[in-house]
Design a protein around this ligand. Structure first.
Ligand code: NAD
Length: 275
């Protein structure tokens, strides 16, 4: 027999144990976050969103100059921020950024593993080099980051990991030429589900966001334009996603408002995966 707590029927705690107002529960004041691939596109928007919600943000990117440019934007908004260069597919780089953040700000509460690449080629022409490169960044890199940040979080009994997957983990946008990408992103979802269930009882929540087609440099290459034009007709929302369409989701998953959520794949694609 389940014994429900008597006090939940009392008016003052009627809404459960957490009586903080909802917008306060979305605040990230005092929290330490990092965002990989934070130098442009979705990662840049995530860094702004987390910083605006109150977190200190380490902007991590393969290209230091890009990370530094974003840090300049954040600092202008009064957000405490640092730029770090790293290739997420290299264990020594990942450990270095985690150690640097901990040395600077004491810990890590929010890990936003967002760096990803998409090398498009027909499946029959996909070289082993392309396959490995895609998996090294999209899946191996994400695993390394989850593990290194996860160890800090498990030690302190608290952490929020938000991985960037893709709508392509669920559906195969047609006509498409991204076998390695789609497969790696399906792996991101499974990794998220597995870690999410494994670590939840130790206070670490792991979720992912699956954007649809987002207007960022990733999809602006000349070769992709015919595909993007075709996909545009498949989006019930009638437009590509903008990075701003994803910002509230990362704040929600980074905040205590989503404390009961783990292993979830939050799909934000203007309805594209539904038809
Ligand atoms: P983007 O190419 O605009 O930005 C990616 C950033 O990651 C760049 O600044 C790049 O320098 C950095 N980066 C690349 N390899 C790296 C590495 N090995 N280590 C560290 N940083 C690295 O991409 P985006 O569109 O902002 O995409 C971000 C994430 O969102 C990716 O994981 C991508 O797969 C995913 N996504 C994008 C879309 C889209 O339509 N744009 C849709 C679904 C999912």
């Amino acid at each position: 027999v389940i014994e429900f707590k008597k006090e939940v029927v009392r008016d003052d705690v009627f809404w459960g144990y957490n009586r903080r107002r909802i917008l306060d529960r979305l605040r990230l004041d005092g929290k330490v976050a990092y965002v990989t691939g934070g130098g442009q596109g979705i990662g840049r928007a995530f860094a702004h969103a987390l910083g605006e919600a109150g977190a200190k943000v380490a902007v991590v990117d393969l290209v230091l100059a890009k990370a530094e440019a974003v840090v300049c934007e954040l600092v202008l908004k009064g957000i405490k921020s640092v730029a770090l260069a790293a290739d997420v597919s290299k264990p020594e780089d990942v450990q270095r950024i985690v150690d640097t953040i901990v040395a600077r700000w004491g810990t890590i509460h929010i890990a936003c593993n967002n760096a990803g690449i998409n090398l498009n080629s027909a499946s029959e022409d996909t070289s082993l080099e392309e396959w490995d490169k895609t998996f090294n960044v999209n899946l191996r890199g994400l695993f390394l980051c989850c593990q290194a940040a996860g160890r800090i979080m498990l030690n302190q009994g608290y952490g929020k990991i938000i991985n960037t997957a893709s709508m392509a983990s669920l559906i195969v946008p047609h006509p498409q030429k991204q076998l390695a990408y789609n497969t790696s992103k399906a792996g991101v979802v499974k990794l998220t589900q597995t870690l999410g269930t494994e670590w939840i009882d130790r206070g670490v929540k792991v979720n992912c966001i699956s954007p649809g087609i987002v207007d960022t440099p990733l999809i602006r290459s000349k070769e992709l334009q015919p595909l993007v034009r075709r996909w545009l007709g498949d989006i019930p929302a009638g437009r590509l996603a903008q990075v701003t369409d994803l910002q509230a989701a990362v704040v929600y998953l980074a905040s205590e408002a989503s404390d009961y959520m783990t292993g979830h794949n939050l799909v934000i694609e203007g309805g594209q995966s539904l038809w």
